[in-house]
Design a protein around this ligand. Structure first.
Ligand SMILES: C[S@@+](CC[C@H](N)C(=O)[O-])C[C@H]1O[C@@H](n2cnc3c(N)ncnc32)[C@H](O)[C@@H]1O
Length: 226
């Protein structure tokens, strides 16, 4: 279960945590539908506009290099949203067969047109693929939206659908101390499972997950990673 910072190139953004605290429960209920409000509504209810800007290109390049992705191989993005990472993986590895699943009808309907046909609706914990279908599987900032048992089922599903379970990557919400926990709980809208890296390592063990992982940790109110 190696730690691997696949997203290290993703730029930091300003987050107005205090704005999130207003109408938090109402906004959380709206966000949990993973509909238009979450992706393209106000920042208080989610992304505040989830549009393609190429930020996943260096992440796709890092994935290509780390997992040795080549033309003719196939990869899966679990929680693919509008398919931006699927698109960028196919740009940086010509001939790669990339596909994605997401629970959000809105994201899939409004997906990047070039890859829309490669995406399908499914819950992360019940993947509609045969065993050993993929050369690598990724799930970025998604599995914490399921409860603990759902996280375990998802990690097992990722293990199942890849040929080599070490060729998996998950990034999840975490915090390392009380200050980060308070900041996280003030900001987050949709997470159902979160904890310290030690808590997550226990989940990985319970799922027999042997792939790579990394954390999304909010460190500063005004400058944290996406
Ligand atoms: C924070 S977004 C991350 C999207 C994308 N991976 C990224 O990093 O830009 C979380 C995604 O998880 C999806 N999601 C939430 N629950 C899910 C589930 N049970 N199964 C599959 N996808 C889910 C949401 O629709 C959303 O697209």
């Amino acid at each position: 279960m190696p730690e691997f910072n696949l997203l290290k190139s993703v730029p930091s953004v300003r987050r107005d945590v205090s704005a999130r605290l207003q109408n938090k429960e109402r906004n959380r209920a709206i966000s949990l539908a993973f509909g238009e409000a979450y992706f393209d509504g106000p920042r208080e209810q989610g992304y505040g506009g989830y549009t393609y800007d190429g930020r996943w290109v260096p992440v796709a390049e890092a994935a290509r290099d780390h997992y040795g992705l080549k033309s003719g191989q196939s990869v899966l993005d679990v929680g693919c949203a509008k398919g931006f990472f699927v698109y960028d993986l196919m740009q940086v590895v010509p001939g790669l067969d990339a596909c994605g699943v997401d629970i959000s009808d809105y994201a899939l309907t409004n997906a990047k047109p070039e890859v829309k046909h490669r995406l399908q609706q499914s819950s992360a914990d019940n993947l509609p693929f045969e065993d050993d279908s993929f050369d690598a599987a990724f799930s970025i900032n998604t599995i914490h939206n399921l409860d603990r048992d759902g996280c375990i089922r998802t990690l097992r599903e990722m293990n199942r659908v890849v040929k080599d379970p070490s060729n998996c990557f998950v990034q999840v919400d975490a915090y390392r101390n009380e200050e980060e926990k308070n900041l996280f709980e003030a900001w987050m809208l949709t997470a159902k499972t979160y904890g310290t890296p030690e808590d997550w390592r226990k989940i990985f063990e319970d799922a027999n997950y042997v792939g790579d992982h990394f954390w999304t940790i909010l460190e500063f109110e005004d400058q944290v990673q996406l």
